[in-house]
Design a protein around this ligand. Sequence first.
Ligand SMILES: *Cc1c(COP(=O)(O)O)cnc(C)c1O
Length: 361
Amino acid sequence: MPEPAAILTCDLDAVAWNWRLLRDRHAPGATAAVVKADGYGLGAAAVARRLHREGCRHFFAAHLAEAAAIAPLLPNSMVCALNGLWEGDGGEYLAHGVLPTLGSLPEIAAWRDLARRRGAVLPALLHVDTGMSRLGLDANELATLAADPSLLAGIGLRFVMTHLASSERPRDRLNRAQLERFGRACARLPDAPRSLAASSGLFLGDAYRSDLARPGAALYGINPVPGRPNPMRNPVSLRARVVQMRDVAPGDTVGYNGIWRAARPSRIATVSVGYADGFSRRLSNAAVAHFDGRALPLVGRVSMDLTTFDATHLPDLKPGEWLDLIGPCQDADAVAAKAGTNAYEVLTTLGRRYRRDHPGA
Ligand SMILES: *Cc1c(COP(=O)(O)O)cnc(C)c1O
């Protein structure tokens, strides 16, 4: 095997620590793990397996295929796909032991019909929309369902759930409004356990407790309380090897379109990571890397496969040394701030070319 150009490490001990912190916060309610988008880019199978070992028994993916891929690793667990029941997929859900999240009357009808044909009660989650206007029953569908509970015949309601639109902003009035709408919706439905908070919702206060919390981001170290100290541990490190060092003269430009020009004799370190690896082009002339804790400014444009850093002040930096792109000096939230996005996008777009290491597996 050739030496990797870059290594993405997800420390599963830190992920497990994060899950236990959230679990303890939410007890006596249960705490799930959301592992959609391949575990926020870090490896769904490795994360799910480790958290199963910690005692987690509820797992969420977005797509049926994602859920089906991890279900065999997770005995005695609820494995659920969030993005609704696609017409004709019912048999696949059953075959893989994955629960659908039913979010419309046609989806409910499809699952009910399948239950009747199989002569069984089929478990599912019911998704009520309280302010996202994305998935989930709207007010009219809820009224129809409330008026005719037989529409749920043969469906074993494991949880009624909703999703908060603004929980990382504790003062947003949408939070309280959604909480109240959810309470009213549940009161009109058959009695079933409830699932409300994702990562940030777990920090909104006691009113937002439920029978099952669904954190994703915070497991992976993303700050669930932006603007306040991050209570989570950062499990993510992205390190890239310097492939070349070169000297540039005053006036020389670096990279596409020459958007950075050396003002003095400079040393440039090039690494084999670019926007094709999810290292955003919007970090051009903006981000930093670290070597031994010392910052190197990113200079010029991020290319598809390469990125350049000003290492003039680091005479000991040589080809083959490793630069930290994400890690102890700079977490995914910090990189996101420089790229003008959120840490969710930074992590979920991390590319396929990294070697992925999972200490603590
Ligand atoms: C993504 C998602 C979550 C997890 O959200 P985080 O903010 O990452 O904790 C929970 N529930 C639903 C419905 C989601 O789509």
